[in-house]
Write a protein that binds this ligand. Structure first.
Ligand code: GAR
Length: 223
């Protein structure tokens, strides 16, 4: 079974979804440690409630990002972690971590990458006027939200969406796909071919979406 370390900075709803999926035996993994860069992250309380080890590594205690990541990698190794899951961890990961866990760090991002990498992406999606947004689980590489994509889920952007309503719709999908991605990695079901991550023996994706759903071809004359 894959042994994971979850890195958090805030509320930890994605952490919660991973914990719940493991406890419900939908996701075959074990969380060895939850590490936060912020001592007040509510995610730490969520972990403690489930008897999971927690640690805090504050950025002020390290002179450089690399020094921080050396400590981080050491603590993850000490707990026997084989896969690192970033769950709202608001720090850039350096080469030090990438070399310690090559293709063994995953992240969840609240947009359909490669559109809208970085921060405040729900606001940016609304302002840009995209009709769909969603979330992406991807392997972490040395760019910003740029690594090979594992799973994406799509949600419509509604005309009256606020950052809050869109974020909630996206977050519900995050909670579904992040445990799925971890399960697939743990089960060895993914093959990484350069930038493409392929699901071995997976079902064919089907269906298409349009927004607004005008459906002028609803009379089945659709070509
Ligand atoms: C989530 O929406 C996650 O996708 C996002 O932070 C939120 C954390 O929520 N991550 C990023 O934006 C990383 N670039 P959570 O603490 O409730 O899981």
């Amino acid at each position: 079974m894959i042994e994971i370390g979850v890195l958090v900075s805030g509320n930890g709803t994605n952490l919660q979804s991973i914990i719940d999926s493991i406890e419900a035996r939908r996701c075959s993994a074990r969380i060895k440690v939850v590490i936060s860069n912020r001592p007040d992250a509510y995610a730490l309380k969520r972990a403690e409630k489930h008897g999971i080890a927690t640690e805090v590594i504050k950025k002020e205690d390290f002179p450089t990002r690399e020094a921080y990541d050396t400590e981080l990698a050491g603590r993850l190794r000490k707990h026997g972690v084989g896969l690192v899951a970033l769950a709202g961890f608001m720090r850039i990961i350096t080469r030090t971590m990438l070399e310690a866990f090559p293709m063994r760090i995953v992240n969840i991002h609240p947009a359909l990458l490669p559109s809208f990498p970085g921060l405040d992406v729900q606001k940016k999606a609304i302002e840009h006027g995209v009709k769909f947004s969603g979330c992406t689980v991807h392997f972490v590489d040395d760019g910003v939200d740029s690594g090979p994509i594992i799973i994406q889920a799509v949600v419509p952007v509604k005309d009256d969406d606020t950052v809050e309503t869109l974020s909630k719709r996206i977050l519900d999908e995050e909670h579904r796909i992040y445990p799925e991605a971890i399960h697939l990695i743990g089960e060895g079901r993914l093959q990484v071919l350069g930038r493409r991550v392929v699901l071995k023996d997976g079902p064919e994706p089907t269906g298409s979406l349009e927004n607004p759903p005008v459906s002028i071809f609803a009379d089945k004359t659709r070509p």
